[in-house]
Ligand binder design. Sequence first.
Ligand code: MN
Length: 290
Amino acid sequence: MKTRTVELVVAPGSFHWVGDGFRVHTFIPDSLRINMERMNPFILMDYNPTYNFPASDIPKGVGVHPHRGFETVTIAYKGKVEHHDSSGGGGIIGEGDVQWMTAASGILHKEFHEKEWSKKGGDFQMVQLWVNLPTKYKMSEPTYQPIENLAMSRYKFDDSEIEIIAGEYKGMKGNARTFSPVHLFNARLKKNSGTEFDFPANYNTALLVIEGKIMINDTETAPADNFVLMANNGEQFNVKALEDSVVLILSGEPINEPIAAHGPFVMNTRQELIEAFEDFNNGKFGYLED
Ligand code: MN
């Protein structure tokens, strides 16, 4: 088995606001080095590093908007988010929870800080990933999977644990249903503990350091809020915590189909994007109250 080496360590650069509730840096796509194909099936990663929101009686967030052709996966580390969509899906996620929304043929949704949390305010830290869908599932029915932290499978060792959101780690399986092979874990590692990961070499693989500081393959270090792109040159790598750390680990089999993306739609062709805009403008994505 060959070692998978570090290709790139990226510190967050510029930030932008998604609505007024999410202050994010976009690691995928990164206009300079990492395009949607490079980390496919993970075609977008927005990261909101810890940011303190003052108390607000009016919850901050992003109002009704559409998606088609992929899945949005929101992972909460601090703060609470409330979600509603036009297919009837919805819920609140808090620390450690994940919401896995399959937009597929199309939904409208809105994403806001949870009302009571918003009234108090506080530290907020979140990741939103967009996971692409294979062509044959792009126009399937939308679905919503709440994945509560307490229900996650955990591989435990040395006071550390790997929370398995999707895929499999050392024989333990995550709860999320996926449409192509995807592994998504939170490694919660105590200082000086470490473990190895093993994915097929062609799976696009990256780490996001949520907290602490890590060493990869006993050679390269990455501090909190940094994104680590792994090369596709081997299967195995190890991660060791230099401080108590939390690391999001993602690895997925590339979907070898063309990507046509514009705004909230990710399809295979330009024509399908035009149809998505037409269907949205004709009210075919359903209805959701503001
Ligand atoms: Mn959205």
